[in-house]
Design a protein around this ligand. Structure first.
Ligand code: ADP
Length: 841
């Protein structure tokens, strides 16, 4: 059955494409139509087999007629002749493909022609008792097995057969034996029919499912092939584009390099020389990257060729390492370079391999702590080169990816490093072309080791050729920052009060350029990475930070995060200066909390304008804050005003419970004075008293909670926290008393008799804002305020009355004597009260 199914998989292109179209559009009726079309074709093929079988089997059964029913041979031969002719006629119709007779009709005809003749034979042979009825089963079986589709056609043919069988034999089989045989035969006939119908329908269902699955598979495969073809074409176009554009770029770059070199020979001033050197370095760098792209394009097109010769790998390694040695000398450790290591290789290409591996080793290591080990091991037939570093390492699940083009390890650590993702892909191509292999071992945070194993080829120490002293691949000097640490502040002579801009970039040329652009208008501080930048920001408090994004050790994002998280630096505007262009990068920067974003390359004027805008905005903001502070400070102690403006401790406004010391001071004799004196005199006296007391309150860190005419209530330890609040309170009370004595003397001279009493208590209170929208107050709820007020009202001029609890806190500090147990309003029991007279020395 299975083999039949497999051989029946549709091959006709027209019907498949119709069916596939239906599949793609997921239209069920169309899919069914396509399936039926294919099924008819399949049925037509199988019907041929069925008819062949019938045409052959019918004459063969004549042998049975002769052996078993010689007496009826005549009649049986006649029936067989009719049967054969009928089959032949239908077969001719089948092969002529007459449209009226579709496969279903021909299937029914086959069953009926065969079975009606067999029914006729049973009639001749005695009705239900004739064993020839088994022929009906054979016909049903052959039809269902060979053409296992369209169960309704089978059902129809079976029904007509059975009706005719019973109809034709019933009249002559009324004997008990005949009826018995009828029942017995029915059992076999009916069960054969049911079983075959069931199997045909099941088979059809399975076949349809497989049909659909194969179509989907084929469809998916074709789509995959199409996209693969498209990708190959795109890849080819990309490589062609790279090759063309790189060639186009190389010419102007080479000319620029030439021009810079000529300029250098013309004895420029030192400023010009610096600019020319920077131009030369960066143009070489660009040329280097373009050459890398060109190399990749060559590998793609299969044009890459090796110019192999016998070289000494040790000398080659030393010459490339020398590129890094100017500043990294103490960080490079070599082994196995003392003796010549002969190898057959292309020196030009091998230099690229070494340069890329070494520059990665340095790039991904700490600029101060990083160490690099180069080891060369000559073996029988092969040479092994190892480059190890103790840098950031590579996660093991990325080992497979890093040799792919334009790929960088994902993760926040790598965001700190610039790069194109070409280096290792190129290294692998070159090593493979030499017949070698490259492997990597690495542990995150501990370092990486790249190992190259190359065949020695036909090299031997006697035929080593000397390396040419060519300028190899216009290798840019590794990291222009080498060696130099930036000066902290590069101020121009006239810098005076100019705003300070901190520029953070790991590229020394870029720092130099920023300095040159900004130094006329600003004082400049420079830093070579985020960590250095943060350190300087903490010391210098610049007016603006201009930072690159990708930097070793600490990226621009991390610097920004640290600045925003530091209360003292938080408000400094930060501008990102980055090589990542595009809306995404812009949005990402602003979302991270940067105030602005400038993409490289940028225009000088744009940079100046943006820096200027932010600095101006910041200056205005600061002026506004100072103004607010000044205004608020008229009403509040400066430290409280500062606290409110900075918004650092807004939680003090919410209800909270704290231990505080409360001091109450009130004038004695004020009511009588106010009733008799001129209002102007009263105001003058009040102002003098309040000014002098206010000054002392600020001096001792208290918070004036409220004025009420001649009374004042002062808190210590809330909202401004004060350690030893009781001590501050008592010292202030003594200072107030002394000042009041002086004022009293002055007022007495003017005929005014005024003094002041002071009461102090300490205890827990619930503090916070009370009131409603439009009128709010800061208040302390608790017996401590009441006690201080009551003590004050009991105090004579010159007395500082305090509670027992308060005295305990300041006892070592002051001299005090008991006044007695006083009955105070609001207190159930008499309160022990003391009078503080002086400070102990
Ligand atoms: P890139 O220009 O980014 O350096 P490469 O092809 O040279 O491109 O390297 C691909 C990536 O492999 C790098 O971006 C880095 O994530 C990782 N990598 C390569 N060498 C090292 C190394 N020595 N230490 C850590 N990571 C490395």
């Amino acid at each position: 059955m299975d083999s039949l199914t497999r051989s029946s998989v549709p091959t006709d292109a027209g019907s498949i494409s119709r069916i596939e179209q239906a599949r793609r559009s997921s239209s069920e009726p169309e899919l069914t139509e396509g399936y039926q079309e294919w099924r008819n074709r399949f049925a037509a093929e199988r019907l041929r087999v069925l008819y062949y079988l019938g045409l052959v089997a019918n004459p063969v059964f004549i042998a049975a007629d002769i052996l078993l029913h010689r007496e009826h041979l005549h009649s049986l031969l006649l029936i067989r002749a009719v049967l054969e002719s009928g089959l032949l006629a239908c077969f001719l119709v089948l092969i002529r493909r007459i449209p009226l007779f579709d496969p279903k009709v021909l299937l029914i005809l086959w069953v009926l022609v065969g079975n009606l003749c067999i029914v006729q034979m049973t009639v001749v042979l005695g009705g239900f008792t004739a064993q020839y009825y088994n022929g009906l089963n054979l016909v049903f079986l052959a039809a269902a097995v060979i053409v296992p589709v369209s169960w309704p056609s089978h059902l129809l043919a079976q029904a007509i057969t059975l009706i005719s069988y019973y109809g034709a034999n019933f009249l002559q089989s009324t004997t008990p034996a005949g009826l018995n045989a009828a029942v017995e035969n029915s059992f076999f006939l009916l069960w054969t029919c049911v079983a075959l119908l069931f199997s045909v329908s099941l088979y059809e269902r399975l076949q349809r499912a497989e049909f659909e699955a194969r179509l989907s598979e084929r469809h998916a495969r074709e789509e995959l092939e199409t996209s693969h073809r498209k990708l190959l074409e795109l890849d080819r176009l990309k490589s062609e584009f790279f090759a063309n554009i790189s060639h186009e770029l190389r010419t102007p770059l080479t000319l620029s390099l030439g021009a810079f070199k000529t300029l250098l020979k013309l004895s420029p001033t030192s400023v010009c020389e610096q600019a020319i050197q920077s131009g030369l370095r960066n143009t070489s760098r660009l040329l280097f990257h373009i050459n890398e792209l060109l190399d990749l394009a060559k590998f793609d097109s299969g044009r890459a060729e090796l110019r192999k010769c016998c070289i000494d790998l040790a000398t080659l390694v030393r010459s490339v390492a020398a590129n890094f040695e100017s500043s990294q000398k103490s960080r490079i450790h070599v082994k196995g370079l003392n003796q010549p290591v002969a190898i057959e290789a292309d020196p030009h290409q091998m230099k690229k391999v070494l340069y890329n591996l070494l520059s990665n080793a340095f790039k991904f290591s700490d600029p101060d702590e990083g160490q690099v080990w180069i080891r060369v091991n000559g073996r029988e037939g092969t040479v092994e080169l190892e480059i190890e570093d103790n840098g950031i390492g590579i996660p093991s699940d990325q080992f497979g990816r890093i040799f792919d083009r334009f790929t960088q390890v994902e993760g926040s650590a790598t965001r700190q490093y610039e790069g194109s993702g070409i280096g290792l892909a190129l290294v692998k191509e070159i090593v493979t072309l030499h017949g070698g292999i490259i492997a990597v071992e690495s542990a995150l945070g501990r370092g990486s080791t790249f190992t190259i194993t190359m065949p020695r080829g036909k090299a031997n120490p006697d035929n080593i050729v000397a390396l040419e002293d060519e300028e190899m691949v216009t290798i840019p000097r590794y990291r222009e920052t080498e060696g130099e640490r930036p000066p902290a502040v590069v101020s121009s002579p006239s810098s005076g009060n100019l705003p300070l801009v901190l520029a953070v970039d790991d590229n020394a040329d870029m720092r130099g350029y920023l300095n040159q652009v900004l130094h006329q208008r600003y004082r400049i501080a420079l830093a070579s990475d985020g960590a250095e930048g943060l350190k300087q920001a903490r010391v210098l408090r610049p007016d603006l930070i201009l930072t690159d994004v990708m930097m070793p050790r600490m990226s621009g994002y991390d610097l920004l995060k640290a600045v925003r998280g530091d209360g003292t630096l938080r408000s400094i505007p930060v501008i990102f200066l980055t090589a990542r262009a595009g809306a995404d990068a812009h949005v990402e920067s602003l979302e991270a909390g940067a105030d602005d974003y400038i993409a490289k390359p940028f225009d000088e004027n744009e940079l100046l304008a943006r820096v200027g805008n932010l600095i101006r905005a910041r200056a205005q903001e600061r002026e506004l804050i100072d103004l607010q502070k000044e205004k608020i400070a008229r009403f509040l102690p400066p430290h409280l005003a500062e606290m409110i403006i900075s918004g650092d401790r807004d939680d003090f406004l919410k209800g909270h419970r704290t231990e505080i010391s409360v001091l109450f001071i009130d004038l004695r004799g004020f009511t009588a004075f106010a009733e008799t004196a001129e209002p102007e005199d009263v105001m003058t006296v009040l102002r003098q008293y309040q000014t002098d007391m206010g000054r002392l309150i600020s001096q001792y860190g208290g918070t004036l909670e409220r004025f009420a005419g001649d009374a004042m209530m002062i808190f210590f330890n809330d909202p401004v926290p004060v350690q030893n609040h009781a001590e501050h309170a008592v010292r202030m009370a003594i200072a107030m008393r002394d000042r009041m004595n002086e004022l009293r003397a002055q007022w007495n001279n003017r005929g005014i008799d005024l003094g002041a009493g002071i009461g102090i208590a300490t205890g827990y209170a619930t503090l916070g804002v009370i009131g409603f929208e439009g009128r709010k107050d800061y208040a302390a709820i608790g017996p401590v305020t009441n006690l201080a007020a009551r003590l004050c009202s009991e105090a004579q001029h010159g007395q500082i009355l305090v509670s027992g609890r308060f005295l305990q806190l300041v006892e070592p500090l002051v001299c005090a004597g008991p006044v007695g147990n006083l009955t105070l309003k609001g207190f159930h029991r008499p309160v022990p009260v003391y009078n503080v007279t002086c400070l102990r020395n």
